[in-house]
Ligand binder design. Structure first.
Ligand code: G1P
Ligand code: ZN
Length: 549
C-alpha cells in the first residue's frame, strides 16, 4: 500500500453533476487525477469496509487502465468484493440491474455516455448507490468537496493486473474480484419483463430488424438477446463490436448522428424495425420503415400499450416525464386515470418517484426511456418494449404511432440546439428572458393557418419533489400557449465547450387530417415566436441552430 501526493484536482472550473466526472481522456491520464476522484468517493463511504461494488464501463479508450487502478484502490480501501464485467464492460442500465439483483452496496460506471471516445475523446466516471441509481446530489457534493481537500490516496502496491477477460473469482489482497458475464443478469431481467416467445415468433415469421450499436457497449447485449435468444438472423446487429473510439463515430442515437441507420431504414427493402443506443446503452432511438419516432411519442406509445407486455400487464402506477418532453404522455396518463409527473431535466429526478412506487414508466425527450425495473434509463429495454408491441399487435412501428395519434392527437415536437455559444452571451439571453417573463402572457404571434398564437402564461419552471419535498428552481423558461403549444428555453448542463441553448418546441394537433405535416413546417410559427421573444440571433451572433432533432 502506498501513500502518494495529489498533484491534480478533478472538477477544476466545473461543478459535479450526477453524470459524475466527465473530461477529455488526456485530463484523466494526468497522474493521480482519477485516483483523486476514486479516493474521495471511498472516503465519503464510511461503511465501505467489506462491501460489494459493481464495476464496469462502456469500453471506451482508458477503460481498461482505469479498471485496474480502481481495483487496486478498492483493495487498499477495504472493499470486500468487486464484481467486474468481463472485458471491463457493463452498460449503464446493466450496472443498475446487477447492483439491484445482487444487493450490492453501489457501483462505479466508467463512461462519458454519448460523447465521442478514443485518445482525443472523452472519459468519465460516476457512482451509483444501492438502489441502482445515480448518486443523489448530497453524495456527489460530498465527493466534490473531498476532491478539493484530499492529499493522499490508498492503492495496493505493484501487483500484476487482474485478468478481467476470464470469467470467475479471484482476489487482490483481501478483496475478492469476480469477473461476471456483463450480459447475463441483464438478459434475465429482460426475460422477466418481455414476452420472448412472441418476439421469437415475430422473427421466425420473417420480420427483420436492424439494431445499430454504434460500436459501443450495446453490441454484446443486442447480439446475445436479439440474435441469440430471439433468433434474429445474424447481421441484425450492426456495429456490434465495442471499439475504444466507437469507430470514430459520435455514439449518440438521434437523427443528427444516426444517419447511417436512417438511410438503411428507408425504402421498400428496409427492415421492419430500426433501433440504436448510445455509448453506454442507456439512450435509445426507434424507427420504422421510413419513419422516425420522437422520444416523446415513444414514451406515450409505450405507456398507452404497456399492458400488452408481461412485465406491465397489471398497469402503470404513474408516468413521469422531464419538463421539456412533450405532453403526449400526459394525454395517456389522463386517459388511464393515473398521474403524470413533470420533473426537471435529468434522470435523477425520477429516482424518488420510482422508489416510492408512484411512477412506473419515465422518459426524456433526449432519447431516454425507462421504467422501475432499474434506476437508469435503458436503451435495450425500450427497444425490446417496441419489439414486444410489434410482435403482440402485428402492427408496424408507423402503424402503432399513427393509431396513437388518431386516438390521442399528435404532439408535433422538435428540439433546436444552439451550440458553442460564449457562456456570457448565453447567460445574458436567459437573464433577458427571465426579465421579460412578467410581460409575456397575452402576447400574440401570427400563425400561417390564420389563427393567432397567444401566450397563456410564461414561467421559469420550478419543481417540488412530491416524495421528499426538495425544491429545484430555475429549470427552464416556458412559454405556454393557449391550445397546448409550448416553447421551452434552457441551457445544457452537460456540454464541455461553451454553452448550449436548447429550444424545445411543441404543438398539439387534435385533427387527424392534419397529422401529416413535415415537423419543422408544423412548428414554423412557434419557431418564429421563440426568436421574437428571445432574440436568439442577436444574443448569440449565430444564424441557425447547430443541431435539430
Ligand atoms: C442532456 C439531456 C437530458 C439528459 C442528460 C443526461 O442534458 O438534455 O435530458 O438527462 O443529457 O443524459 P442537458 O445537456 O440538456 O443538460
Ligand atoms: Zn448514455
Amino acid at each position: 500500500m502506498k501513500i502518494l501526493d495529489i498533484a491534480t484536482r478533478p472538477f477544476a472550473g466545473q461543478r459535479p453533476g450526477t453524470s459524475g466526472l466527465r473530461k477529455k481522456v488526456d485530463v484523466f491520464q494526468q497522474p493521480h487525477y482519477l485516483e483523486n476522484f476514486v479516493q474521495s468517493l471511498f472516503d465519503i463511504l464510511p461503511d465501505r469496509a467489506g462491501q460489494t461494488l459493481v464495476l464496469g464501463g462502456d469500453g471506451r479508450f482508458h477503460n481498461r487502465v482505469a479498471i485496474q487502478t480502481i481495483l487496486r484502490m478498492a483493495a487498499a480501501n477495504g472493499i470486500g468484493k468487486v464484481l467486474v464485467g468481463r472485458g471491463g464492460l457493463l452498460s449503464t442500465p446493466a450496472v443498475s440491474a446487477v447492483i439491484r439483483k445482487r444487493g450490492a452496496y453501489g457501483g462505479i460506471i466508467l463512461s462519458a455516455s454519448h460523447n465521442p471516445g478514443g485518445p482525443d475523446g472523452d472519459f468519465g466516471i460516476k457512482y451509483n448507490i444501492g438502489n441502482g441509481g445515480p448518486a443523489p446530489e448530497k453524495v456527489t457534493e460530498a465527493i466534490y468537496a473531498r476532491t478539493q481537500a484530499i492529499d493522499s490516496y490508498r492503492i495496493a502496491g505493484d501487483t500484476p493486473d487482474i485478468d478481467i477477460d476470464r470469467l470467475g473469482a479471484g482476489s487482490l489482497g483481501d478483496m475478492q474480484v469476480e469477473v461476471i458475464d456483463p450480459v447475463a443478469d441483464y438478459a434475465e431481467l429482460m426475460q422477466q419483463l418481455f414476452d420472448f416467445e412472441t418476439m421469437r415468433a415475430w422473427f421466425a415469421a420473417g420480420h427483420r430488424m436492424r439494431y445499430d450499436a454504434m460500436c459501443a457497449v450495446g453490441g454484446p447485449y443486442a447480439r446475445a438477446i436479439f440474435e441469440g435468444m430471439l433468433g434474429a438472423p445474424a447481421g441484425t446487429v450492426v456495429n456490434g463490436e465495442p471499439r475504444e473510439d466507437f469507430g470514430g463515430h459520435h455514439p449518440d442515437p438521434n437523427p443528427a448522428h444516426a444517419t447511417e441507420l436512417i438511410a438503411a431504414m428507408s425504402g421498400p427493402a428496409a427492415p421492419d424495425f430500426g433501433a440504436a443506443s448510445d455509448g453506454d446503452a442507456d439512450r435509445n432511438m426507434i424507427l420504422g420503415r421510413d419513419f422516425v419516432v420522437t422520444p416523446s411519442d415513444s414514451l406515450a406509445v409505450l405507456a398507452a400499450n404497456a399492458t400488452l407486455v408481461p412485465g406491465y400487464k397489471a398497469g402503470l402506477a404513474g408516468i413521469a416525464r422531464s419538463m421539456p418532453t412533450s405532453c403526449a404522455a400526459d394525454a395517456v396518463a389522463k386517459a388511464l386515470g393515473i398521474a403524470c409527473f413533470e420533473t426537471p431535466t435529468g434522470w435523477k429526478f425520477f429516482g424518488n418517484l420510482l422508489d416510492a412506487g408512484r411512477a412506473t414508466l419515465c422518459g426524456e425527450e433526449s432519447y431516454g426511456t425507462g421504467s422501475s425495473h432499474v434506476r437508469e434509463k435503458d436503451g435495450l429495454w425500450a427497444i425490446l418494449f417496441w419489439l414486444n408491441l410489434q410482435a403482440a399487435t402485428g402492427l408496424s412501428v408507423e402503424a402503432l404511432v399513427r393509431r396513437h395519434w388518431a386516438g390521442f392527437g399528435r404532439h408535433y415536437y422538435s428540439r433546436h440546439d444552439w451550440e458553442g455559444i460564449a457562456t456570457e452571451r448565453a447567460d445574458a439571453l436567459m437573464a433577458a428572458l427571465r426579465d421579460k417573463l412578467p410581460g409575456l402572457s397575452g402576447r400574440e404571434f401570427p400563425s400561417p393557418d390564420g389563427a393567432t398564437l397567444r401566450i397563456g402564461s410564461a414561467d421559469d419552471f420550478a419543481y417540488t419533489d412530491p416524495v421528499d419535498g426538495s425544491v429545484s428552481t430555475r429549470q427552464g423558461v416556458r412559454l405556454l400557449f393557449e391550445g397546448g403549444s409550448r416553447v421551452v428555453f434552457r441551457l445544457s448542463g452537460t456540454g464541455t465547450e461553451g454553452a448550449t441553448l436548447r429550444v424545445y418546441l411543441e404543438r398539439f394537433e387534435a385533427d387527424a387530417s392534419r397529422h401529416d405535416q413535415p415537423t419543422q413546417q408544423a412548428l414554423a410559427a412557434l419557431i418564429a415566436a421563440a426568436e421574437a421573444v428571445a432574440g436568439i440571433r442577436a444574443h448569440t451572433g449565430k444564424q441557425a441552430p447547430t443541431v435539430i432533432t
